[in-house]
Design a protein around this ligand. Structure first.
Ligand SMILES: Cc1cc2nc3c(=O)[nH]c(=O)nc-3n(C[C@H](O)[C@H](O)[C@H](O)COP(=O)(O)O)c2cc1C
Length: 172
C-alpha cells in the first residue's frame, strides 16, 4: 500500500477478531516505532508488549476510556520521558507510525489515553520517571472496514494560503 492510501484508509479499530497476529508483524510494528524520529534523537520512548490474556484483561480494568482493549490480540503500553518538553509530540509520531505499519499489514488498532495511573504502574511495574502516554490495542478487524469514509473536515477549512484565514486557491 502506498503511504497516502495507508493514511487515508486507516481507521481506529476497537472490535477485533480472535485471529492471532503473527510475531513477524509485531516485530515490524516495533521496528516502525524504533525508526521514528524524536526530539534531539533522544529515543526516550519505551514499549511494553502485552500478549497474555490475563494482562490484557488487567489493562482493560485499569482503563477509563479504552475498555475495548480486552478484545485486542495484543497491546502496547507507550511510555515517554516527561523531562523532555516535546515528549508528547514524540509520542504522537511513534503512535502514528505503529498504527500505519499495522494497517499496512491488515492489522487494525486503536489508542486510548484514559487510564488509572497508579493501578497501571503497579500492575506493569512502570517506573515513576516515565509517563504513560497511551495504550494501543491491535488485532485483525472483526468487521470489514473497506469503503467506510472518514469523518474529516475539508482541506479549505483547515489550511490557508500565506496568511491565517485565507482559504482562496486552496486545492481540495
Ligand atoms: C490524543 C488522542 C487520544 C485518544 N484517546 C482515546 C481514548 O481514550 N479512547 C478511545 O477509544 N479512542 C481514543 N482516541 C482515538 C480517537 O478517538 C480516534 O483517533 C478518532 O476518533 C478518529 O478515529 P478514525 O480515524 O477511526 O476516524 C484518541 C486519539 C488521540 C489522537
Amino acid at each position: 500500500m502506498n503511504t497516502v492510501d495507508c493514511i487515508a484508509t486507516k481507521l481506529d479499530i476497537r472490535e477485533f477478531s480472535t485471529d492471532k497476529v503473527p510475531e513477524n508483524v509485531i516485530s515490524t510494528i516495533l521496528n516502525s516505532a524504533r525508526f521514528s524520529g524524536s526530539g534531539l534523537n533522544t529515543q526516550h520512548w519505551r514499549f511494553i508488549v502485552i500478549k497474555e490474556r490475563n494482562n490484557i484483561k488487567k489493562l482493560s480494568e485499569d482503563s477509563t476510556s479504552g475498555q475495548w482493549v480486552v478484545g485486542a490480540n495484543f497491546a502496547i503500553i507507550l511510555l515517554t520521558d516527561p523531562k523532555y518538553g516535546f515528549h508528547l509530540l514524540d509520542a504522537g509520531r511513534v503512535i502514528q507510525n505503529m498504527q500505519l505499519s499495522a494497517w499496512d499489514n491488515g492489522v487494525g488498532s486503536g489508542i486510548y489515553t484514559g487510564i488509572n495511573d497508579s493501578k497501571m504502574r503497579n500492575d506493569f511495574k512502570i517506573p515513576l520517571n516515565l509517563s504513560i502516554s497511551a495504550v494501543l490495542g491491535f488485532g485483525y478487524p472483526k468487521k470489514s472496514i473497506t469503503g467506510k469514509r472518514k469523518n474529516r473536515k475539508p482541506v479549505n477549512e483547515l489550511a490557508f494560503n500565506e496568511v491565517y484565514g485565507n482559504s482562496e486557491n486552496i486545492t481540495q
